[in-house]
Design a binder for this molecule. Structure first.
Ligand SMILES: Nc1ncnc2c1ncn2[C@@H]1O[C@H](COP(=O)(O)OP(=O)(O)OP(=O)(O)O)[C@@H](O)[C@H]1O
Ligand SMILES: [Mg+2]
Length: 333
């Protein structure tokens, strides 16, 4: 067990009956206190992994520890410390939102019945459902159901929150609220493990991330390091985009795209920044990479191109994903 790991898996594998490998030898390490983004396109194995971690399905092979305890073996000891929201929260449609939460709370043997009403009220408030608390759950929108599921996970203070696509079905304002809530919970010391297929969501809220594709782990680590591993695109602002494209092409820049007065492209191998910075921060004076970029800039100017701005765009997690997998990232789901 890695010191300070809240979730650790070794060789964790799931093959559904008759299916292909949904999760393939996963080695995951989630540090205590992190907001850990579990990122991957639809069908990459996120929910399957979460179900194994919560003891809902058995792995085909491999091991998992949650809060230091082996699961599924010790899942009964672990679950009271874990709040979970897993795809399609189980709600009673004929009951109101508030009654659903009262019922969840009553099912928890450690929950003091005398403070039940107050706990439920606070959880509803936290997810912004107070005004809709008296409505039947079957009349809730998808986003309201997500919020109710989240409220159920927040009834007790937890050491770990596991949230499977918590912003699924929410509008942009709802997504912002959930992100703010996740940050608050993390500030209270709760480790948050959340899955998403939205890269920018992970970038905005997570300290660490793991990237999955087709059941396999592509990479994991601090978010800053992951996006720094990808090279940013070269970006040139100029009133002479056609000339700029011609010259950059001759110098080995590929995948050139013109959008108004902005020309972007992939810098030639060896000239990309590995810092993930903007390229305009003037660091590393004299190193080869900077020199190569300077040469590109000089060639443009020499060729009569009026350069208004020149630099590397910040690499995003999406760039990192594409660089690591050679695949586009499906964000349509
Ligand atoms: N109960 C099941 N029986 C058989 N195959 C399944 C089952 N659940 C999932 N799968 C398959 O396992 C793979 C991983 O699915 P999973 O639901 O874990 O992906 P996901 O990353 O959560 O996707 P999404 O972003 O769409 O939620 C997929 O190929 C899926 O079709
Ligand atoms: Mg899923």
């Amino acid at each position: 067990m890695t010191e300070g790991a809240v979730i650790e898996t070794r060789g964790l594998t799931k093959q559904y009956r008759g299916g292909q490998l949904a999760v393939d030898h996963l080695d995951l390490t989630v540090p205590a206190g992190s907001v850990f983004g579990f990122l991957g396109p639809n069908g990459s194995g996120k929910t399957t992994t979460i179900r194994m971690l919560m003891g809902l399905i058995d792995p085909t092979a491999g091991t998992a520890r949650v809060l230091g305890e082996p699961v599924p073996r010790a899942v009964r000891a672990v679950l009271p410390h874990v709040g979970a929201l897993i795809e399609g929260p189980a709600l009673y449609g004929h009951m109101t939102g508030r009654d659903n939460l009262l019922r969840f709370d009553a099912a928890d043997p450690t929950a003091d019945p005398r403070s039940r009403g107050a706990r439920v009220g606070a959880a509803l408030e936290r997810v912004g459902l107070t005004a809709a608390a008296g409505k039947k759950a079957k009349a809730y929108s998808l986003g309201m159901k997500q919020r109710l599921g989240l409220a159920a996970a927040l009834l007790q203070p937890r050491r770990l929150l596991v949230l499977d696509e918590p912003t699924n079905g929410l509008d942009p304002q709802g997504m912002r609220e959930i992100r703010a809530l996740v940050r608050e919970l993390a500030a209270d010391g709760t480790t948050v493990f959340l899955s998403s297929h939205l890269l920018d969501e992970i970038e905005q809220v997570c300290t660490h991330a793991a990237v999955m594709t087709r059941g396999r782990l592509v990479t994991q680590g601090p978010v800053a390091e992951l996006s720094a591993g990808a090279r940013g695109r070269l970006a040139v602002t100029t009133p002479d985009p056609a000339d700029a494209v011609r010259i950059l092409k001759e110098l080995g820049v590929t995948d050139l795209v013109v959008d108004g007065d902005l020309v972007t492209g992939e810098p030639p191998t060896g000239s990309g920044g590995s810092s993930g910075g903007s390229g305009s921060d003037g660091d590393g004076g004299g190193d080869r990479e900077t020199t190569d970029l300077a040469e590109l800039n000089a060639a443009l100017v020499h060729g009569g191109v009026r350069v208004r701005a020149f630099g590397l765009q910040r690499a995003s997690l999406e760039d990192a994903f594409v660089a690591l997998t050679g695949e586009g990232f499906d964000v349509a789901g």
